[in-house]
Design a protein around this ligand. Sequence first.
Ligand code: IMP
Length: 183
Amino acid sequence: MSQRPYVIDEMISAKSIAARIEALSHEIAAEFKDTEQLLVVGLLRGSFVFIADLVRELDLPVEVDFLEVSSYGDGMESSREVRILKDLRGQIEGRDVLVVEDIVDTGFTLSRVVSFLSARDPARLRTIALLDKPSRREVDVTADWTGFVIPDEFVVGYGIDYAQRNRNLPFIGKVRFPDEPQP
Ligand code: IMP
């Protein structure tokens, strides 16, 4: 696939991400300390690296499941219409559930997923997002835990893609087009 040339500037280092996940894992473990087995639900595909690091820091009995939702396609804009492409394998009624999202941008995805899962009567449903871009919000939703609040920049790395590329970068970087005038 041909792609307009772009460069990636590091925004959040792998070390900062690891330190933040460690801190968040203590807060989450405290919240769910009486839970028999926490069901951690990753939203595919962007959260796969985050969930892998998060569950290894969580000092709790956990089970992992995944939900796949439609997102940006190959562009840089939210489709706003969020479809469930792959449902969970297990039941969540009466269970404690933590939804793991990569980025909350317009908020359509997280709010749709929360309503979709709440309808199944989990005991507790909490959410965590690695990144939050509050300036882009169109739906009033905030994750219960957020790794980093970032400005309105298109980012890649640490599981997050641009047209399916750059998910394997160990850090979060912002995409920049050298042929565009800088502000
Ligand atoms: P929302 O529904 O607009 O909140 O968008 C959430 C989804 O859009 C995220 O889970 C990402 O998959 C995608 N997304 C939002 N911002 C970015 C970005 O800066 N880079 C790559 N994907 C993004």
